[in-house]
Design a protein around this ligand. Structure first.
Ligand code: MEV
Length: 437
């Protein structure tokens, strides 16, 4: 097959036609398959087409909701966009469990964001440092037009620092800037400021008396925002931890705390443990039109901040009280980006009462904590597969193209049986009276 030139210039139909010829042997039914996911309203579809480049169709994910979240005394129904069965159920179950035990207490610890101009300087550090101290204000003044809207919203540049990184690499320096970005995630704002800083740095050093060569390597925000931090916590008397008839509240509390300790000291477990937390967090991040890759990258760097990858949640038992909490950096926005454009994202913000960025951080942290509580609760009691496979049963039946009646019959039959792929296929074949392939 030949590579294609000018693909991006083709119309949407032209792109699909090329794909069909290049990868589907000219099978024209493919266009119908793709078109069946186009939105019926052409205007809405155009909006989706224009979110990215080379759009050919939409990629559906289910949007579920987890009701009954009591967060600081207010009830929320949290929207979650995710493909994995049992995540929404686990989150909702935890929300209801904690609803009756005081709910989630959340707070913002800090909201700082950072970015860097990474550059090389061949001259003397002390001289550069004094020059920078003298000219710091010119960086603030030179970006005042860019920052005026943000300043009006209570944000802006809060600190500028020259950082000597020459111990890591010869001649390597950073101009590190700290920002407050109000309700915006702030990526465009930060990157625009950084690019302006680099111009000011270049032109300032050019006319200075300093001896040395400057080369700006790059200007970019950091997705590592350890000081854009939120905390969510649940706690109750141990006696109220009656989660399962097979385990006493004391035994549950101790096993739970031990499970969190294992995730804190053992990276193999920590990775899966934090993956479970991110099941909850990413689902809300996605539903609210935020950048889940940025949040993921940041969460995992934060989880390794002391040099070892560890659990993002903590738990303790003290004076007959069980406390379970998360502290996690979440750089999210409630204005800008997709938030005002994507119709379903807009709906999700409305469902949450149009929170500001700080409120959304707290809602997301609560969802992550709830998700982790649900997973660890299952792990230390019944095991994860019981609940997971019950939810997965429907996926297996859909794969087998079971009818609605067949689904009802088989789901009923598995109410008291262990679900496994083989057991479901066997039951399905028996019901249809066909041989098991
Ligand atoms: C599955 O998506 C997530 C879990 O593995 C998380 C965990 O083990 O804590 C259930």
């Amino acid at each position: 097959m030949e590579p294609i030139k000018g693909f991006s210039k083709l119309s949407k139909e032209g792109k699909i036609e090329w794909l069909i010829n290049a990868y589907f042997n000219g099978d024209s039914t493919v266009i119908e398959r793709l078109k069946s996911y186009w939105h019926a309203d052409g205007k809405v579809q155009k909006l989706h087409d224009e979110f990215i480049e080379n759009t050919i169709t939409n990629f559906y994910l289910p949007l579920g909701v987890a009701p009954n979240f009591n967060i600081n005394g207010k009830l929320f129904c949290i929207p979650m966009a995710i493909e994995e069965s049992s995540v929404v159920a686990a989150c909702a179950k935890s929300a209801t469990f904690w609803l009756e035990r005081g709910g989630f207490k959340t707070s913002i610890i800090s909201t700082k964001k950072v970015g860097h101009v990474h550059f090389s300087w061949s001259g003397d550090y002390e001289e550069l440092n004094s020059w920078f101290d003298e000219h710091k204000q010119s960086f603030v003044d030179g970006t005042s037009e860019l920052t005026s809207n943000m300043r009006a919203r209570g944000g802006g540049i809060t600190n500028l620092q020259l950082i000597n990184k020459t111990e890591l690499d010869e001649g390597y320096y950073q101009l590190m800037a700290e920002f407050q970005t109000a309700d915006a995630m702030g990526a465009n704002f930060i990157n625009s400021c950084l690019e302006e800083f680099s111009k000011i740095l270049e032109s300032g050093l050019d006319v200075s008396e300093l001896e040395g060569e400057l080369e700006v390597i790059m200007c970019i925000l950091s997705n590592y925002t350890p000081e854009c931090l939120v905390r969510a916590e649940v706690s109750c008397p141990i006696s109220e931890l009656n989660v399962d008839p097979g385990i006493s509240p004391e035994e549950f509390a101790n096993k739970f705390v031990r499970a969190i300790k294992i995730a804190t000291i053992e990276p193999y477990r920590a990775t899966t443990h934090n993956k479970g937390i991110m099941n909850g967090i990413d689902a809300v991040i996605l539903a609210t039109g935020n950048d889940f890759r940025a949040v993921e990258a940041c969460a995992h760097t934060y989880a390794s901040r002391d040099g070892q990858y560890r659990s993002l949640t903590s738990a303790r038992v003290e004076d007959d009280t069980f406390t379970f909490w998360i502290e996690i950096p979440l750089a999210v926005g409630t204005v800008g980006g997709l938030t005002g454009l994507h119709p379903t994202v807009k709906f999700c913000h409305e469902l949450l009462g149009n929170p500001n960025a700080e409120q959304l951080m707290q809602i997301i942290a609560a969802a992550g904590l709830a998700q982790n509580f649900g997973a660890v609760r299952s792990l230390v009691t019944t095991g994860i597969q019981k609940g997971h496979m019950k939810m997965h049963l429907l996926n297996i039946l859909n794969q087998l193209e079971a009818t609605e009646q067949e689904k009802i019959t088989i789901q009923k039959a598995f109410e008291t049986k262990v679900v496994s792929h083989k057991a479901v296929v066997d039951a399905f074949c028996k019901l249809r009276g066909v041989n098991n392939p």
